[in-house]
Write a protein that binds this ligand. Structure first.
Ligand SMILES: *Cc1c(COP(=O)(O)O)cnc(C)c1O
Length: 388
């Protein structure tokens, strides 16, 4: 291996050269079942024909101009996505971190407009919001902060799924203008909050005139069993961020807003050279259309139940398995000890999985997985866990 790449990752010793649906091929011709989807990105599977066709057609016509000019399919995607998401307006970025940066900037503008000099945003313990300076500061993980101090100020941290602490912070801090929260914590270990958590947060935001900002970068685009995870509740957020599954692999993120929050940015406040260019918008339109036409959110519900129930049954006699939890196809299997070694073991058995928060096996298979692939995943993974 040459040493030309900075050591930001420690990749597994495998190189994939081709993919189709939930199957990947490596450069030795071996096949693998992809139960990770590039971390919730390729929700429609690899080489989905609608996405491939959209990218090829757009690449042959026009890849990039500039946001200094109107971009027809950015406007079209904006219309489609705001309708799909129940939001009013959207800003397109190139990644999840950048989508959250836009949300953080919206919250600051909102605060200053209310005359609050040093506006603060409530964020959660065990959260993940990205690797830029502001988003790593918002992230609730010391390992993500370490070495990059001074952190960006203006974040107040509380435990996830804990309304009592949140209410007491609200009562004692007059600088808070917004809350940024994941509907399910993904990187943090697939933590699913109480059924009425989002409703209670919404109510507090209304009382306090805070913006309710949801990071749906991992939970959005059908993965949770609804188009967006907040749709499991009765509320609507003021701001919602997306990325990962939005482009099925082309880099696109989005910061959506509703009501007053949608009108905060004025020309000159924010921007991006690549954001929402013709190529990525063509791909994302194909993704949104396919998700809707094939009702893949409902498929995520069915598949998630099948996999979680299968795993519970196959692991019921394993005392090291603390819990199998899931919302749609966000699936976590929590063990009683660190289990990062399972990633390499699974790979050797032709299975792509992930371990997060040290001892939570995380599965994020594509929404187009077949029943037999789901059953194969359950069987193989249970064997590996039971063999430890
Ligand atoms: C992946 C992720 C991000 C960061 O997205 P990038 O595209 O890697 O910048 C932010 N928030 C959540 C919840 C994520 O899962």
């Amino acid at each position: 291996m040459s040493n030309s790449l900075m050591s930001t990752y420690l990749p597994q010793p495998v190189t994939f050269v081709r993919g189709e649906s939930a199957t990947l091929w490596d450069d030795q011709g071996r096949t693998y079942l992809d139960a990770l989807s590039g971390i919730a990105v390729t929700n429609l599977g690899h080489a989905h024909p609608a996405v491939t066709q959209a990218i090829c057609a757009q690449a042959g016509q026009l890849i990039h101009t500039s946001n200094l000019y109107r971009i027809g399919n950015q406007q079209q995607l904006g219309d489609m996505l705001t309708a799909f998401a129940g939001m009013d307006r959207v800003f397109f970025s190139n990644s999840g971190a950048e989508a959250n940066e836009a949300a953080i900037k919206l919250a600051r503008l909102y605060g200053h407009r209310r005359g609050i000099e040093r506006p603060a945003i409530v964020v959660m313990e065990s959260s993940f919001h990205g690797r830029t300076l502001a988003t790593l500061s918002a992230t609730g993980n010391r390992k993500v902060h370490a070495g990059f101090e001074p952190l960006v100020s203006g974040f107040v941290r509380v435990p996830y799924n804990d309304m009592a602490t949140l209410r007491s912070v609200a009562a004692s801090n007059q600088s808070i203008v917004a809350i940024l929260v994941e509907p399910v914590q993904g990187e943090g270990g697939v933590h699913i909050p109480a059924a009425n958590y989002l409703e209670q947060v919404r109510q507090l935001c209304d009382e306090q005139q805070w913006l309710m900002m949801l990071d749906e970068i991992q939970t959005g685009m059908g993965r949770s069993g609804k188009p967006f995870a907040y749709m499991h509740s009765t509320i609507a957020p003021d701001v919602m961020t997306l990325a990962k599954g939005l482009g099925n692999g082309v880099p696109i993120g989005a910061c959506l807003a509703r009501g007053d929050a949608a009108n905060l940015f004025q020309p000159g406040n924010h921007g991006s050279t690549f954001g929402g260019n013709p190529l990525v918008c063509a791909a994302a339109m194909a993704v949104v259309t396919t998700l809707q036409q094939e009702n893949l959110a409902a498929r995520a519900t069915t598949l998630g139940r099948r996999i979680a129930e299968g795993l519970r049954l196959a692991l019921k006699d394993n005392s090291h398995v603390l819990e199998v939890r899931h919302l749609g196809l966000l699936i976590g299997v929590e063990l009683d000890a660190p289990c990062a070694d399972l990633v390499a073991t699974a790979l050797a058995h032709g299975l792509l999985i992930n371990v997060t928060a040290e001892r939570v096996i995380r599965l994020l298979p594509p929404l187009i997985l077949s029943d037999s692939e789901a059953d194969h995943l359950v069987k193989e993974l249970a064997l590996l866990i039971n063999a430890r």
